[in-house]
Design a protein around this ligand. Sequence first.
Ligand code: ZN
Length: 477
Amino acid sequence: MTTTELDPARLTRHVDQVWGDEIVPTLIEYIRIPNKSPSFDPDWVQHGYMEDAVRLLEGWARSKIEAIPGATLEVVRLEGRTPVILAEIPGQTDDTVLLYGHLDKQPEMTGWAEDLGPWTPVLKGDKLYGRGGADDGYALFGALTAITALRDQGAPHARCVVLIEACEESGSYDLPYYVDHLADRIGRPSLVVCLDSGCGNYDQLWLTTSLRGMTGGTLKVQVLEEGVHSGMASGIVPSSFRILRHLISRIEDEATGAIKLDELYAQIPPERIEQAKAAAEALGDSIWTSLPFAGRTKPMAEDGAALILNRTWRPTLSVTGLAGAPEPVNAGNVLRPMTEAKLSIRLPPTVDGQAAGQLIKTTLEADPPYDAPVSFELEKAATGWNAPRLESWLEHAVQTASQLAFERPCAMVGEGGSIPFMGMLGEKFPQAQFVITGVLGPHSNAHGPNEFLHVPYARRITAAVASILLDHARRGG
Ligand SMILES: [Zn+2]
């Protein structure tokens, strides 16, 4: 028996029960595992943490899959690559929905509150603290529970493929190989649901309309073979820090933060500017009050829409690592031999990540001041993504889902972060529609200290995904 109308109370009951009885306890175990992404743990194979995380998630998923006739679950492993978890759930319609998430984690980061820590799960009220619960451990659970919630009511869904990778925080460099390897099993999805994105608040469904790309690497400036007393050398030997600062100023205006290379900018589509204005209105001051500003630090612009566009459609530079200098307490009067900085550059959704990286490298390495050895080692690069226009069924479906789960309309905004896989999927499946959403809302602080999963929000997202899957299955009918 199938039904085409959801019983919202029954949906909520199912979702809340699975979250309470199974998902939260399993995520607590998951947070304990320091399964850092390969970029942050090159010895990830030997350490075995990734394997622990895969087994934990696989174990839970298997218990769900076994109850669904014809459904399969496999951990797929290509030689020398991080594994992926692949679940295939047959549906009532022929076409395919691809649901995506990842299980690798960011590194620890400093600044965690005294009673919290990256590998210490703490459930406080609505929030489950610890690394990787929100980014993106919950995704597999949310995706499968949305499907079981529909099946619980005999409601239809398309064939669903759930793909969970283990390399996202390193730029998903293994994923293209899996997408090729699994091409027949993935098929040609008409809808892609990605549960690795953000939300502007915890009061409604948020759809991500674009993602920024990124590039970056390590800039190294060397001036001496070894450190020398600064009384002896300063004034004769140029400072490696000063040269580094000067080089970075070729890329970024140090007074305003504006990027100086025209090629790193994109034309912002008019509809995105309109959506940014609407989102700014919905979010108000929270655009900046949601961030932990120190003291009287002000945001980089006063206008909310300008800040949203800065974060989503303009390039920015962050210096995320520094080396070559001791802690201040250990710093004597020495002219240091070198300074090294890791540069992370976010790019507008439609700017080519590889080309941008090459341009930055060329710019930084050209004509080194004082002929000092200067190198810029490029790291990962990713092109961003701008969502195709929503088809009318989906426009309707996301509003229905948001009303059902939150009793509030769905909001749309670009994200400042990157999900490399989305750009790749956009190219591979130009016909697909995209629902990119997630639980990374105010203060959730993925990648930083005190990361948390807002559990009630994650439950409601699960219910919203179920509603969208149902509307997808009966669209055009
Ligand atoms: Zn993520």
